[in-house]
Ligand binder design. Structure first.
Ligand SMILES: CSC[C@H]1O[C@H](OP(=O)(O)O)[C@H](O)[C@@H]1O
Ligand SMILES: Nc1ncnc2[nH]cnc12
Length: 288
């Protein structure tokens, strides 16, 4: 059965239309997630919403407990995760107000825990294709139905922040072929893959970062103004997802939900018992 998880980014701290709404606290072996999680149903499909920065925007991009957030979604039985994020644009034709269905990432973050695995239980999953085609299809359809301009595919540069890029960095990321920039989708997407959760990212463009000769350097006031103007489209996009995905769920065609099948390297007799117990939360399918 489908259970949709929504990770709401800057400006998205709640979702509309849920029936049987209930905020629930979830503890994980990696600590507390950013906030309680909002559970309910929409169009008969179970949904779970988590505000990435917490209600009231308390967590910075570096202090978000990404492992706890993904583990909490897994614990609640989520199958498919959509991130909704604010981002800057490196492309003239990707304008503020547009949505980008991200399909690739360059991870320049450096102060975050990036894996559930570690000494005593080592695993290597592929993130060559870090986002799920089925969820990208759904996100594209859901976003287009709001009338927003939607770009299918784009490379997201994940920076550490919290400061925005210098102009030199902005030009460098453009030269690297990046399309958008944000501070949060990594390691979130990597961890979703380790947890065998399908993941897609709906990036709402709020600014041209700091490269554009006709636009001043990105300012938080401009971002907030654009976010406020687009939060209705973001919420409507989310509300469109359940009807598109439906309640019945076939195995992921691209294999996100079997990502760990051959990924665990540590020999069974060399595994650390404490690690194995912790990892059962996300890899119980393989660890028993
Ligand atoms: C509010 S501007 C910078 C902030 O917004 C984005 O957050 P999120 O991805 O959670 O929407 C960006 O990554 C920064 O964290
Ligand atoms: N220009 C930008 N850089 C990093 N994160 C952002 N979030 C929104 N706009 C951004």
């Amino acid at each position: 059965m489908t259970k949709i998880g929504i990770i709401g980014g800057s400006g998205v701290y709640d979702i509309d239309g849920l029936e049987n709404r209930k905020w629930v606290a979830v503890d994980t072996p990696w600590g507390a997630p950013s906030d309680e999680l909002l559970t309910g149903t929409l169009n008969g499909v179970d949904m779970v919403f988590l505000p990435r920065h917490g209600r009231g925007h308390v967590q910075t991009p570096s202090t978000v407990n990404y492992r706890a957030n993904i583990a909490a979604l897994k614990i609640l039985g989520v199958t498919d995760v959509f991130s909704v994020s604010a981002c800057g644009s490196f492309r003239e034709n990707m304008a503020p107000g547009d949505f980008v269905i991200v399909d690739q990432f360059i991870d320049r973050t450096f102060a975050r825990e990036k894996s559930f695995f570690g000494p005593g239980l080592v695993a290597h999953v592929s993130v060559a294709h870090p986002t799920c085609e089925r969820l990208m299809d759904a996100a594209e359809t859901a976003a287009k139905a709001t009338g927003t301009t939607v770009h299918r595919g784009g490379t997201y540069l994940a920076m550490e922040g919290p400061q925005f890029s210098s102009m030199a960095e902005s030009h460098m990321y453009r030269a690297w072929g990046c399309d958008v920039i944000g501070m949060t989708n990594m390691p979130e997407a990597k961890l979703a893959r380790e947890a065998e959760l399908c993941y897609a990212s709906i990036a709402m463009i709020t600014d041209y970062d700091s490269w554009h000769p006709d636009h001043g350097a990105v300012q938080i006031t401009d971002i907030i103004a654009t976010l406020n103007g687009n939060s209705a489209n973001a919420k409507q996009t989310v509300a469109n997802l359940p009807a598109i995905l439906g309640t019945e769920r076939a195995p992921c065609p691209c294999g996100c939900d079997t990502a760990l099948e051959y990924a665990i390297m540590t020999a069974p007799d060399k595994r650390d018992g404490t690690m194995v117990e912790k990892l059962k939360v996300i890899a119980g399918r393989l660890l028993g």
